[in-house]
Design a protein around this ligand. Structure first.
Ligand SMILES: [Fe+2]
Ligand SMILES: [Fe+2]
Length: 257
């Protein structure tokens, strides 16, 4: 994805992209810092979630990929924190606060939920990393140039995590050898999808969010919360059906709407 020099959508369309916080209006700054903070809050949190599985995944490739995912999330966390620090004292404090948080304290609920089995790790990658991919895709070529530039690597990282999840969830349903290695099959795969599906839907945020509207208007995100949630559903639901699993009820277990 190429990064253009001018703003591509929203009320600032055609203007030169924003390069530093000094160029921002108060509302733009508040909207952007909220997005970067939310993003940053997920990265080191998911390193915490993945970390135990680097040494426990069933195959050598799975272990390597867990290590790669943890490295990617740490890379994203490092970049997000550096971006927060560009905002001066407020951003410095936010980054410091995030780095002190541990599982159970993270602001987004799904990132406080441990992965209790390898199958749950696979379900997380399948559901939650696809959420991450949509979130990041929405910021490709966005109006804040430093963020747009980072998307050129981060989007690909999330695509990799999500497609790993999609491949392994299918193996759990269809591949006898893999089922043997994981001591699990379709029933466990279904349970893992059931566990993460509502969390994934919640992670897109509330449909009526004023902040989501501002983010689109300022060219920071291409799509709003609800639009992204529906894009995710239209992507994952046919995948779930094609594997031979049941799409969970989209209202069950939800906290945020
Ligand atoms: Fe991430
Ligand atoms: Fe990820």
């Amino acid at each position: 994805m190429r990064v253009s020099r001018s703003v591509q959508w929203g009320s600032l369309t055609g203007m030169r992209k924003v390069e530093t916080p000094e160029q921002m209006t108060e509302e733009y700054r508040a909207t952007l810092i909220k997005i970067v903070y939310a993003l940053a809050s997920t990265e080191f949190a998911s390193v915490e979630q993945h970390q135990p599985w680097i040494n426990q995944a069933p195959t050598a490739e799975d272990r390597f990929i867990q290590a790669q995912i943890a490295a990617d999330e740490a890379h994203q966390g490092f970049i997000d924190c550096r971006m927060l620090r560009h905002f001066g004292q407020e951003g410095e404090d936010m980054a410091d606060r995030l780095l002190a948080l541990r599982m159970g304290q993270h602001p987004i609920a799904a990132f406080n939920v441990p992965m209790d089995s390898w199958v749950e790790v696979v379900g997380f990658c399948f559901c939650m990393d696809l959420v991450a991919w949509y979130h990041l895709r929405a910021m490709e070529d966005c109006s804040y140039a430093p963020l747009a530039r980072e998307m050129t690597t981060m989007v690909g990282e999330e695509r990799f995590h999500a497609s790993f999840g999609a491949r392994r969830i299918k193996d759990l349903v269809r591949d006898q050898r893999y089922q043997g290695l994981c001591k699990a099959g379709p029933a466990e795969a279904q349970k893992a999808v059931d566990k993460w599906y509502p969390h994934a839907l919640d992670t897109f945020g509330s449909a009526g969010s004023k902040f989501s509207e501002l983010a689109v208007g300022y060219g920071i995100r291409k799509w709003g919360n609800e639009e992204l949630r529906q894009m995710w559903r239209q992507d994952i639901d046919p995948q779930i059906e094609k594997i031979g699993l049941v799409v969970p009820n989209s209202e069950a277990g939800r906290i945020i709407r």
